[in-house]
Design a binder for this molecule. Structure first.
Ligand code: AMP
Ligand code: MG
Length: 520
């Protein structure tokens, strides 16, 4: 069995003096040491074998008691387990200290040249639990476990999940915030990432005017995670911020490409490594609707809707720049880096859309073709994933009727489509076919590019809901099936074709399938 070592974050940065889990303000500290409280009868119900082998666990390891103890809070963590201190802007407002309220970092595993941090989410209270209990329910843990791994296989930068376990305890939750709390099964996810540092880890020290701790954290982050940055002083910090800006934009472009809506893009949920982190009330676009957010808490303003994600990424980077200003003291240089995001975004967006449409050559009219499509898609309910995937079968020799036969399954109710909308589709499809004539020499490359840009299988909200309902009945067959399907999202997988389907009618307005609360 592989050795778990103390985390360099714990070794190199400052600990809070107290070891109690009493909720409190923590000053001048990067983390608080906190022991996990072992559960009486936890049970591992799913392991990501892909993540397990990256870490170096053998099959025998995975079935051992030692492994179970490791991922459910019972192992000997050398008295070095800890919760991180961070703050954040929530829904646009500074919320002060937040921190790991229900995540306990247990150490790191080194394999190859990567140091993987392991963290147990839902393992009990910490000094940052505030009014929360430190636990997590099965439904939200299934969603985090499956989606982390699905995103990885989609090629989207993300934190990972090694395992999903039942804690054996019950957790009291008001799932719909309607005054009807009930007991639910508790669960623990063992999350894995090179680092769990968030924008909010830097912000908390700037907000408290704790410049030394801020500098220690920035230096630590660069030394361990941006080791290729060799400059020094202000230049080093600016290069670091530039890189965070670029990787954040890259992550968000991937979200837009696959139709992922994070749902809670608060600055405490923004990874400094540009990884998708904190899977809560996230969702996947079924019908393409840029105004949609899955998060009921955000229903009124829809701040974190799909179409706003790129702009929110910039807003969040601006908050990070404000925190780093304490160290850098050069607002022009920081502003220039933020401007690079504004400049890059439209370029990256065009590239991403061109790859989805299989347009490899340069053509001045592509911007119009793309804009027309994005204007048209939301007008009449069209399934985003199915539309782009079906489009692969349209080519420069297709007639309109052939293309329509291929594409029509992506509309939710094609029979009722008004003639005026159909006419707009006729126009767009004819333009697209005409445009493809310029690509003809690249037919094979185009197909391949489209297959790699347009997933066939994503973790649709209703699919998670079905997995959760079965798991609540102690049946994990569907969990296993969906996990396997999500390993190869770009492949045809004929045996999985029942999941290549639009959201069923029952799921349209069902809580969990259409909208989610933060209660988890
Ligand atoms: P989130 O919006 O889920 O990223 O959480 C925001 C903050 O609330 C973080 O500091 C979390 O650690 C904390 N939190 C969320 N749920 C709980 C819980 N059940 N117990 C303790 N803290 C929690
Ligand atoms: Mg969070």
């Amino acid at each position: 069995m592989i050795d778990l070592k103390a985390s360099t974050f714990e070794e190199k940065l400052s600990a809070d003096a107290s070891k109690s889990s009493e909720p409190r303000q923590v000053l001048k500290s990067h983390y608080s040491l906190i022991d996990t409280q072992p559960f009486e009868s936890p049970q591992v119900i799913h392991v990501s074998n892909v993540m397990a082998s990256v870490l170096g666990f053998s099959n025998a390891d995975l079935n051992s008691v030692k492994f179970k103890d490791l991922v459910t809070g019972k192992a000997d963590y050398l008295d070095k387990s800890f919760a991180m201190n961070y703050g954040g802007h929530q829904f646009g407002n500074w919320a002060g200290q937040l921190g790991d309220g229900r995540a306990i970092n247990i150490g790191q595993i080194e394999n190859g040249d990567v140091q993987w941090q392991l963290q147990l989410k839902g393992a009990g209270p910490t000094p940052y639990s505030r009014r929360g209990d430190g636990y997590a329910v099965l439904r939200s843990s299934i969603r985090e476990h499956l989606c982390s791994e699905a995103m990885h296989h989609l090629g989207v930068p993300t934190t990972r999940s090694l395992s999903l376990s039942l804690s054996g305890n019950e957790v009291y939750r008001d799932m719909f915030y309607d005054g009807n709390p009930a007991y639910e099964k508790g669960a623990i996810v063992c999350r894995v990432a090179p680092s769990f540092i968030r924008f909010g880890n830097f912000q908390i020290f700037a907000a408290n005017n704790e410049k030394d701790e801020l500098q220690q954290l920035v230096d630590y982050t660069i030394e361990h995670h941006f080791a290729h940055i060799k400059s020094s002083g202000t230049e080093k910090y600016l290069e670091f911020f530039q890189e965070v800006t670029t990787t954040t934009l890259t992550m968000i472009m991937h979200w837009q490409r696959v139709g992922f809506v994070h749902g809670v893009m608060n600055t405490d949920n923004m990874s400094i490594l540009g990884l998708t982190i904190d899977y809560g009330p996230y969702g996947w676009l079924d019908d393409y609707n840029p105004g949609w957010t899955p998060n009921t808490t955000d229903n009124q303003h829809k701040r974190y809707r799909y179409g706003a994600q790129p702009e929110i990424g910039l807003w969040n980077l601006w908050q990070l720049a404000n925190a780093l200003f304490l160290l850098i003291n050069d607002s022009t240089a920081l502003g220039d880096i933020l401007d690079s995001y504004k400049r890059e975004y439209p370029i990256r967006h065009q590239e991403m859309m061109k790859s989805k449409l299989g347009l490899q050559k340069k053509d001045f009219n592509d911007a119009i073709l793309i804009k027309d499509l994005l204007d048209l898609l939301p007008i009449y309910e069209t399934d985003m994933t199915i539309f782009y995937r079906q489009l692969i079968a349209v080519n420069q020799d297709s007639t309109f009727n052939e293309a329509w036969e291929v594409l029509k399954i992506s509309f939710y109710d094609v029979e009722q489509m008004p003639a005026s909308v159909k006419n707009q589709w006729v126009k767009w499809i004819e333009n697209y076919i005409e445009r493809l004539e310029k690509e003809s020499a690249f037919e094979k490359a185009r197909t391949l590019q489209m297959q790699q840009s347009n997933p066939k299988y994503v973790l649709r909200n209703y699919i998670s809901q079905l997995v959760i309902e079965k798991a609540e009945e102690v049946n994990y067959d569907l969990l296993n099936e969906v996990y396997e399907m999500l390993k190869k999202p770009y492949e045809d997988q004929p045996e999985m074709k029942h999941w290549y389907a639009k959201r069923p009618d029952w799921a349209r307005n069902k809580p969990g399938s259409s909208q989610l609360s933060c209660s988890s």
